[in-house]
Design a protein around this ligand. Structure first.
Ligand SMILES: [Zn+2]
Length: 299
């Protein structure tokens, strides 16, 4: 059996997969986010209960928010406060007496979509998450590319183009990461709300903005077009850096139906003349990509 665990700020989901990667069992518990020993104990209980239930020693893969050091898997940053600075994989391996593979939740999503989802059959896949934040992962020939220090794929913290800031009179704010003008401030779910606040002086969610566009509101359409241009400039940077075969989108904003046609139409404006824009497609497994990718880490 393979156990995939998707650990979020509020809940931990465990899914048991059989040898053919079929879902056998799934369970959710609350994340003990401010007590590290309790956090470790909770995961060990989830795993050992299933070992007993299925009379096996299942392999464990875990998707965690934040950034882990490549060599040591020390948790550098996390939205689960008690994990920062901890060696989660090492501590779990000691308790569970088996290998525990941990990676960033966006990379688990990338692995799932590249190997079994919308990116399947392509040698070079970038999977981008447009959720509360912006994350991503690069999968080359079926393997995750983590980089020298574990930050490969963190494209949400690339800076916005100065040209777009000038063209649209955009704000530039300091990000939690310490840098200024990170793409995440414009193209995440929160980012799109920031753009609505900036141009319309209203706090709108994506669905509300889209409804206004359907109702022929020209200002709402302008906000959406600015959003598409910023997103395209980010994807153009990814294409120029990694030159992948396909980009797969996940996260809440990837559910915007018109997004894909709009991106494909605008992306060539952000690339050299003569370069064909990369295909951008929605994820196949949606919310379950993270836990499936975590199980794919397990070996
Ligand atoms: Zn940043």
């Amino acid at each position: 059996m393979r156990y995939g665990l998707d650990i979020g700020g509020t809940k931990i989901e465990i899914v048991v997969f059989d040898r053919d990667f079929k879902v056998i069992d799934t369970a959710r518990v609350a994340t003990p986010s401010d007590n590290y020993p309790h956090f470790i104990q909770t995961i060990c209980q989830l795993v050992s209960q299933r070992d007993r239930q299925y009379s096996c020693i299942g392999s464990v893969g875990i998707g965690l928010p934040g950034v882990q050091e490549t060599d040591t898997s020390k948790q550098i940053s996390s939205n689960i406060p008690c994990l920062t600075g901890q060696y989660v994989a090492r501590d779990l391996e000691k308790e569970l007496k088996r290998k525990v593979n941990i990676d960033n939740d966006s990379r688990c999503f990338a692995l799932c979509e590249a190997l079994t989802g919308a990116g399947q059959g392509n040698g070079r896949v970038f999977a981008a998450v447009l959720g509360t934040g912006v994350g991503g992962g690069l999968v080359l020939d079926g393997k995750l590319y983590r980089g020298a220090s574990g930050i490969a794929g963190e494209w949400g913290h690339m800076p916005i183009s100065a040209h777009l800031v000038n063209q649209y009179g955009l704000f530039v704010k300091q990000c939690n990461c310490g840098l200024y003008g990170c793409l995440e401030h414009y193209i995440s779910g929160t980012g799109l709300s920031n753009l609505c606040q900036h141009f319309l002086e209203e706090d709108l969610q994506a669905e509300q903005l889209l409804q206004r566009i359907t109702d022929k509101d020209a200002q709402a359409l302008h906000v959406y077009q600015v959003f598409i241009d910023i997103l395209c400039s980010g994807f153009a940077n990814l294409q120029l850096t990694y030159d992948v075969d396909i980009i797969v989108l996940g996260g809440g904003l990837s559910n915007i139906k018109r997004l894909y046609a709009d991106l494909q139409q605008r992306l060539p404006h952000f690339l050299f003349k003569g370069i064909q824009a990369v295909s951008i497609v929605p994820a196949q497994f949606g919310d379950s990509s993270g836990v499936r990718g975590a199980a794919l880490l397990a070996n």
